[in-house]
Design a protein around this ligand. Sequence first.
Ligand SMILES: NC(=O)c1ccc[n+]([C@@H]2O[C@H](COP(=O)([O-])OP(=O)(O)OC[C@H]3O[C@@H](n4cnc5c(N)ncnc54)[C@H](OP(=O)(O)O)[C@@H]3O)[C@@H](O)[C@H]2O)c1
Length: 284
Amino acid sequence: MIIVTGAGGTVGSELVKQLRAANVPFRVAYHSATKVAAAKAGGLDAVSVDFAKPETLAPAFRGAETLFLLFAGGMGQTEGEIAAVEAAKASGMKRIVKLSVIGAEGDDYSFAQIHRPVERAIEASGLAWTHLRPNGFMQNVVNYFAPTIRDHGAFYQPAGDAKISHVDVRDIARVAVAALTGSGHEEKAYTITGPEALTYHDVAAKLSTATGKAIRYVPLSDDDAKSGMVGAGIPPFYADLLVDLNRHYRAGGGSAVSDAVRVVTGSPAIDFDTFAREYATMLA
Ligand SMILES: NC(=O)c1ccc[n+]([C@@H]2O[C@H](COP(=O)([O-])OP(=O)(O)OC[C@H]3O[C@@H](n4cnc5c(N)ncnc54)[C@H](OP(=O)(O)O)[C@@H]3O)[C@@H](O)[C@H]2O)c1
């Protein structure tokens, strides 16, 4: 049986949908007690976990053979995920599929430095592993940019003219389903991207076409971006991680286009025009 951590988040909720459709036995792990209750009411095998409390992991993992490991804690994320790897090993699991980040292997920017130590711990665990290393999610547009797009038709990032091959989380979930349920993915790290690298000016043009309203990208300096994020309630340490991610993008770190989605799933990655059309109403 598979256990999905981070099941209530952007990637996890899509993965749950797809595992359900594939009729595969799985358990979902949430941090939020409300989500556990709702999932149980919907007929799912649901448990609560707190990566900051390793003692919650063993009971949740009991009986599972495969762990989908996803955490978005920011502070303490690396330690929490490594605790989960140790708990998976202690509970007799056989395989870990980890949601990591593009360029983790380089270990040379904020999010890579959060994820790579976890990848290393998994590789040293003796369990079978697959690392999923996605680029920035297309869904960030609706999750993070939508309020200012709705308010005044603009979004703000310190990415300059960087090209980024954003990926649709539905494709990340499709690759995850293959890695969790199929064979041939052991000891592999998949860089998962969309089919094209676009600047945020390109993204703004595509969103304008899809929504029928003018949407602009406004490039910011690192300092202005950080103060804007902190002003919007993002903790300063996390704002620093995001500013560094954009520095990495400006240095070309998000521009590679991989064919992992097509190779692993047999069908092509969703392009930005399609994503924009399908999510346009959320930006109105
Ligand atoms: N956003 C991007 O563009 C991007 C790109 C590449 C990689 N990534 C990586 O993707 C991951 C984030 O994925 P996501 O956007 O799907 O996450 P998300 O939507 O932010 O959801 C985070 C999940 O973590 C769970 N969680 C929070 N605190 C927890 C705790 N203390 N113990 C256990 N679970 C806890 C939440 O549980 P509840 O649902 O119960 O609250 C939620 O399901 C991060 O590791 C990030 O580095 C993100």
